[in-house]
Structure formats: structure tokens, C-alpha cells
Design a protein around this ligand. Sequence first.
Ligand code: AHR
Length: 500
Amino acid sequence: MKARLSIHSKYQVGKIDNRLYGSFIEHMGRAVYGGIYEPHHSTADEQGFRQDVLELVKELKVPLVRYPGGNFLSGYNWEDGIGPKEKRPHRLDLAWRTIETNQIGIHEFYEWSMKADTEINMAVNLGTKGIDSARNLVEYCNSPIGTYWSDKRADNGHKKPFGIKTWCLGNEMDGPWQIGHKTADEYGRLAAETAKAMRWVDDSIELVLCGSSSSSMPTFGSWELTVLEHAYEEVDYLSLHQYYGNQENDLAHYLARSLDMDQFISGVVAMCDAIKAKKKSKKQINLSFDEWNIWYHSNESDKAIAPWEVAPPILEDHYNFEDALLLGCLLITLLKHSDRVKIACLAQLVNVIAPIMTTQDGPAYRQTIFYPFMQVATYGKGTALTPVVTSESYATCDFEAVPYLESIAVLNQEELVIFAVNRSQEVMDFEVMLEDLSITKVVEFSQMSGFDIKQVNSEANHKVKPEGSNDFEVAGDSKKLSASLAPLSWNMIRCAVNKK
Ligand code: AHR
């Protein structure tokens, strides 16, 4: 099978915001306790953070981590997590029916984020709380000392403001499962007023408004239009959430789920722009895809977990090779929309539907999905080029034409980097045609291929990972790269280029 990607450096999707490669840590399951924090672990530092996990987070190159939820957020009192640890309350977390010990709060998470070379994307509770709690938290985190909450921060050991830039106004407020679930009008009004007060405390912050908790919500569409009608001028981003799964065990259908993400993003962009036009606004609202991933492997086993435990092993999906292929397609889809999707958070980061898994008292390891994410987060920097793809396609129950090739190229000062998934079961003769660039050298060609599609990684067996390949050729005039993409493969090709 033949397929082609044609590119021109002047035909651009847009500049990639590094926050596109964000992730998420919620106070749930073993994400915090037993994940990033395990004070008795052999690698724990003086603050109880697992250094083996920190190393893997750094390797993943995550620039932003959304915190502290998620559904947990909607019942959370952030004040429970400050001050002496021994005085912090143990609370019922109604979202996940567990016990929250509050041994990690904003100070500890900030320290962890510094060690992990990442920024916090803070979320405020608009379920059980409101304007007052939110504006106090901005003051606590970002105001210079001299006021009630900033002085409390200093008393608790941090004189300098944390300087948190990106803030979410609640979580999935359209979902009946949410504590303090609201109608679109109720949420839209509350979000707008909360946003105003938060910005009056610190006008440098950026704010994310909750969109629908998935495109399959019955209120999807009307929710977006209503909340934007209320809050358009007060916010910067609208959120999207979506998880995918292969419940039907249908590989061709599963690998096409990225077309659903593509459609979802285009629809939400259209809604933002419709409200912009209606309001005759000069401002553009961009998107924050602040929860996306694959989530279905753990659905059944989670039903057996007893309630009211501290850090039970919930949502522990063990990802296989086909999940890594879909994750690659989803990453390419985000890049294809990088003109409008400025923030995205792989949900989540450690243990809970995560690229990094830990064993209690034992090692941490990379799941299959770790690799495509790490490669794109590391090398997908600069400008995403408009991908003109020529490929045969197949049909699914949802889409008439799913191209066998999913691909995009990213250009920066140093390199042209091509990401590609071969969705077919055949070898793909892949050509990259460069209109105005010339390849001077192929720096790296890495492939993930040849595994059983159900193969997972584990603590003991860490098979599924990329390998180098030499199966490529650059034509004499350096305007054409030919590479052989293995059947069902994730590929990254890094090239040094000249602009001519
Ligand atoms: O990431 C797991 C959960 O999925 C989050 O808590 C919630 O926001 C979403 O439904």
C-alpha cells in the first residue's frame, strides 16, 4: 500500500502551545497516594515523593499538570490541604467514595511540580463552593504578601507567590454525577462571576470554562452555546473531555476513534466562533482539551472495589499495543487543531488511566501509551504544518473514509519531525514530499510495531516500545523521503532540513 504526506513550510496549521502536552493528577485512586507520593518507598525523597516516578514524569516532558480534579474537585475544600499535616482533616470524597487524608495539598503539590519541571493548571471547586473560595485561592497562590490569604501562605512556609497562570472554572458541571451539578444557565452565570472576581485578584491569569463532559452528553451543543453566552468575555478557553475504548474489540473501528475527536474539536470551534460573531466580539476563545485518553479496561474490575478506602487501585487501565496506536492518532489529531487547541491534558499521569504505573514498594514502569506521548511532547515543538495526505481509506459504522495513514509534520528551528500511524495490516510505502524544504539528514526513524495488539507492558515485561529503523531513503534532490511503515505501526521521523 502506498501513502503520501505533502508539506510546505508556509502552509501551517499554527504554532504549537507547549501546554498541548499537559497531563492531569487528581486526588483519586493511587494517583497521589501510592503514585507520586509514597513516603516509605525506597526512592522517596525527604518530602515523600517517589523519585523514580519524578524521573519518568520528566522523561515524558509534561509542561503542565491539571490539579486537583476531576470529579474530586467538586467537593474539595482547598483549605483542608494547608497548614501542619497532622492537623489536616480526613474527609469523605463523595465523587469516588474514598477517604481523602489531605497529606498532599497545594504547597506539597507545588513542590512536586517544581521537581517535575512542570506548571500547575489549578482548578477551583464550583460544585459545593463558589466565588469566595475561588478568589481566596487565587489570593493564596498568587498575591504578594500583605493580605490575609497571602500571609497565610507565607506562614505555611512559602513567602513567594506560586504564580499559577492557568485556572479551570470547575469540572464537568454538566454531568449529573458531579457534586453540585448545574444547568448551563446556573453554571454559566456562576462561572462568569467567579472569573471576574478571580481576575480582579490577579489579572494575569488565564481561565478555562467547562464545556460538555463529552460529545455524547444529551446537552452537548446547547451547553456550550449557553455557557459561552454568559461567560464569553470573562474567559480564555472552553474545555473538552473525551475518553475512548475498544469495548467492541473491533480494531479498525477503534483506530478510527480519532476521527471522532477531530469532529468534536471542529464542532466546538464552530460554537465558540458562532458566539463570537453573535456578540460581535473581537476576542477569540481557544480550546482546552483538558481530559483525553483511553479508558475502559478497568471498568469491570472497579465494580469490585470496596468504598471508603484510602487510595484504592481504581481506574488502573493496563494499556496494550493497540491503545498506543490510537493514542498516536489522537496526538496527531490534537496537532492538526493546534491553531485552536492550546491546552490539552492526557488524563491522567500516574496509576489512574495513566502512562506511568507504580507498584507499591516496587518499581515504576512505562505503559505502552507512554511512548507516543513522550515522543510527541519531546519533539512536536514549533509549528504544525498543514498535512496534505493521500491514502487509501476504509469505512466504519461511523465514518465513510478513514485514511490508513494518519500523519502530520512539525517544523522548528532544528528539525522537521514527522509523526505517522499506519492503520493498515499491510506494509505502507510512505512518501513525504517537501515542497520548499530539503532534507540534509535523517536524524532518527523510530517505529513501534510488530507486537501482538493486545500486548501490555508490566513491571516484569517491558516489551512494547519503539525501536530504531533504517528502512528509509532520501531522493537525490532531497525533496522526497521514502520510508517503509510496518503494518499497524506508530512512527516518528526526525530530519535536519534546509529551507530552499
Ligand atoms: O479522569 C477521571 C474522571 O473522568 C475525572 O475525575 C472526571 O472529570 C472525568 O469524568
